[in-house]
Design a binder for this molecule. Structure first.
Ligand code: ATP
Ligand code: MG
Length: 233
């Protein structure tokens, strides 16, 4: 028997926005497979559709047309409730502008995400320190965001995104605010997560240094995907 398919399959996926009397085709007819357990980078100029595609993939937004499957699961056919639960349990998000809760410590920020996923207390008490350790922040557990550097806050955001053991993480320009060395460090953490926890990571970036670290690069232009490096799968 073969292993279950946990790759993400997009077919003719489009997302258009109506603005007044015009239509913006932010994502157009995208068909590709995002391989499981790899680092996929989506690159492209500003306005090329990266964030729109990420939001559709992460079930924060619905496509105008096309199909989206996680393995054999057609996630677009899910009802609202089922989709919310799927997103809460299976998906982790990291945003460009770090959205930590300012009044919470690093520990509490990570723990909060597990509470949202309804993880029991004993599991949280084990998992939160483990996640902070994974991103090298055991020493900062009791610090609040304003008591940490930008790179440290970004690493807390990663710890938070993985705490509930999602199968895929979407990161929208997670390194944009960081210097190259710190950015590479963040991507190295993604690589570790892929190897140690089998997570699939999809990140957008403008930075060529980050692309070198990817298994798979998807290039977008005007909503279209230009190239798709199948040989890396
Ligand atoms: N809610 C919206 N309503 C109308 N147009 C939108 C909306 N969201 C995005 N767009 C348009 O869709 C296109 C793609 O936007 P998107 O945010 O996906 O680009 P991006 O590749 O992430 O760019 P950046 O690198 O600047 O973050 C842009 O032309 C944008 O103006
Ligand atoms: Mg964007």
């Amino acid at each position: 028997m073969s292993a279950p398919d946990r790759s993400i399959h997009l077919e003719a996926l489009s997302r258009a926005f109506r603005v007044g009397s015009t239509t913006v085709h932010a994502v157009q007819d995208v068909s590709l497979t995002i391989p499981e357990g790899k680092l996929t980078v989506i690159r492209g100029r500003s306005g090329s559709g990266k964030t729109t595609l990420l939001n559709v993939l992460g079930l924060l937004d619905r496509p105008t047309s096309g199909s989206l499957r996680y393995g054999t699961t057609n996630v677009l056919r899910m009802g609202d409730h089922e989709r919310d639960r799927f997103r809460r349990n299976e998906i982790g998000f990291i945003y460009q502008t770090i959205a930590l809760v300012a009044l919470m410590t690093a520990y509490e920020n990570v723990d909060f995400r597990m509470r949202v996923a309804k993880a029991p207390l004993d599991e949280r008490e084990k998992r939160v320190p483990e996640c902070l350790h994974l991103v090298g922040l055991s020493e900062r557990a009791t610090h609040r965001p304003f008591e940490m550097s930008g790179g440290e806050q970004q690493r807390v955001a990663i710890a938070r995104a993985i705490a509930h053991r999602p199968r895929v993480i979407y990161a929208d320009e997670p390194t944009a605010e960081l210097d190259t060395v710190t950015g590479i460090h963040v991507v190295a953490i993604f690589r570790r997560l892929i190897e140690e926890e089998g997570i699939t990571v999809v990140m957008t970036t403008h930075d060529p240094a980050m692309m070198e670290l990817a298994d798979h690069v998807v290039e977008m232009e005007n909503g279209y995907v230009l190239e798709h490096a199948d040989d890396s799968m």
